[in-house]
Structures are given as structure tokens and as C-alpha cells.
Design a protein around this ligand. Structure first.
Ligand SMILES: [Zn+2]
Length: 256
């Protein structure tokens, strides 16, 4: 599940390396858009699943729309039950899923000129990277296809040579998780906001996961504030078949 990406805040500058450019072929972008089309139903379902959980967090209301397993899954990934105001945490996660879904739908629409969300880059050794809050990039920059002061536009998600290599071998769409992961960074706030989406904790290794560079706890012990700003949480909630749901209590180590 680990994705070798990183995020760029708007104050960072990325320099392009002059390397072999022959990997930059249209089919690499085509594969990214195909993966985005595969992500759309997963994001739509994730949003529906979360929305159906809403009654569970309204005081005095008995939630009957979802199973206890669905509730446990949402609480594991987003720690909604640990939040001071659970409904606010749930709604923040729903809002991010809405923006991710909207972005993926627009980006993958074929009947209109594509919203050119993907670009190829040889600036890093990562598989992909996104600018925090790229969703909120200036429409002028989007139209011009360039960023402030001639830097690369924040309105794009960048794919590298590694993505080109991995996607060529990815016959069953495993890289959908990478697209959803990057959409998380992209659709959260900018770096100076309260809702930027980073790397708080990874669920690897099981059962408790591990703290990542932006967080203070492992996956199991994340606070709700951390969990709703953790792009791994969105990715794994949307792709439950990857098997990173809540561990059974007997497997949970209480050690930190
Ligand atoms: Zn990331």
C-alpha cells in the first residue's frame, strides 16, 4: 500500500532534471485517465457509505442505515468516534470525498475537452506528486497551464517515469490507489489552511500501523483531527478490498 510519493507546498520550487524524455508518451497520460475513471465509482461509493453513517453520530438518533461493520470501518480509518464533535469529523471526510469525486469525474470526462489534471514530470524519483490544495488553484493558472511566476501549475498532479513503468505493468488497476492517494492531497486545503491532507500515519505494518512524517501517532492511535487529514485514510476507506480494515481486538497490540 505504501506509495512513494511526496507533496509539494506552494512555497516549494521543483527543478526539472534533464534526462531521457522518451518515456513521456501520450499513452502514459491515457493510463492515468483510465485509472481515474476506475476511481470514480469507488469514490462515489465511499461518499455514499459515509453519508449513510451520518445518523449514527446524531445524538438521540439510532442509525439503521449501515451495518456495524461499516461503522467500525469508518471509525478505524477516520476515528470519528474519538472526535470531540463526531458529526463535524464525518462531514469533513464527506466534503473531501465530494471534492475528490468531482475532480475525478471532471478529469475523466471524455465528451468534453479534458481538464488536464495530469502532467508528466522528471523532477523527482517518486511515482507521483501533487501540490497541496491544487483543487483551489487559480482558474487563470489552470487556463494558462502554468503556475505563479512561471513555476509548474499547482492545478496538476504530476506523474513520473516510475509511474510510466509501473502503469505499463498494471493490468488489473492496482494503481487506482495511487490516483486516490494523490487526489487526497490535491483536494484538501493549501498548506496554510486547517484542512490540508498529508501523511499522518500508514496502516503498515499491521496491526497498529506506523506514524508518518506529518503525524504524531500510529494508525491505530491517530486522533480524529489527524485521521481526517490523512490521505491513507481516504484511500483505504475507498478501497476496503485492500484489507486494511480494523484489526480484531485480539490482534491489537496496546504497546505504542
Ligand atoms: Zn502522498
Amino acid at each position: 500500500m505504501e506509495t512513494a510519493d511526496f507533496v509539494i507546498n506552494s512555497r516549494s520550487a521543483i527543478k526539472s532534471r534533464s534526462e531521457d524524455q522518451s518515456w513521456k508518451k501520450p499513452e502514459v497520460l491515457d493510463r492515468a485517465y483510465a485509472l481515474t475513471r476506475m476511481a470514480v465509482p469507488r469514490l462515489r461509493l465511499a461518499l455514499h457509505r459515509m453519508t449513510l453513517l451520518r445518523p449514527n453520530f446524531i445524538p438521540g438518533v439510532i442509525g439503521l442505515l449501515s451495518s456495524s461493520a461499516e461503522l467500525a470501518l469508518a471509525n478505524w480509518h477516520f476515528k470519528i468516534d474519538k472526535a470531540k464533535v463526531p458529526l463535524r469529523a464525518l462531514d469533513m471526510a464527506c466534503q473531501l470525498f465530494q471534492r475528490m469525486l468531482l475532480t475525478a469525474e471532471i478529469a475523466s470526462r471524455e465528451s468534453n475537452p479534458r481538464f488536464p489534471i495530469f502532467r508528466l514530470s522528471d523532477a523527482t524519483d517518486a511515482v507521483a506528486y501533487a501540490h497541496l490544495g491544487g483543487f483551489y488553484a487559480s482558474p487563470i493558472d489552470v487556463a494558462r497551464g502554468r503556475g505563479v511566476s512561471g513555476m509548474e501549475p499547482e492545478s496538476c498532479i504530476y506523474l513520473t517515469r516510475l509511474f510510466a513503468e509501473q502503469s505499463a505493468r498494471d493490468t488489473d488497476g492496482k494503481l487506482v490507489k495511487l490516483i486516490i492517494h494523490e487526489l487526497g492531497h490535491y483536494c484538501g486545503g493549501k498548506i496554510d489552511s486547517l484542512d490540508w491532507i498529508g501523511h499522518m500515519a500508514s496502516p503498515i505494518p499491521k496491526p497498529n500501523g506506523s506514524r508518518k512524517e506529518d503525524g504524531r501517532h500510529n494508525y491505530r492511535d491517530m486522533t480524529s483531527d489527524e485521521a481526517v487529514r490523512n490521505t491513507y485514510s481516504y484511500t483505504l476507506y475507498a478501497l476496503p478490498e485492500l484489507g486494511y480494515g480494523p484489526p480484531s481486538e485480539t490482534n491489537v497490540s496496546r504497546r505504542r
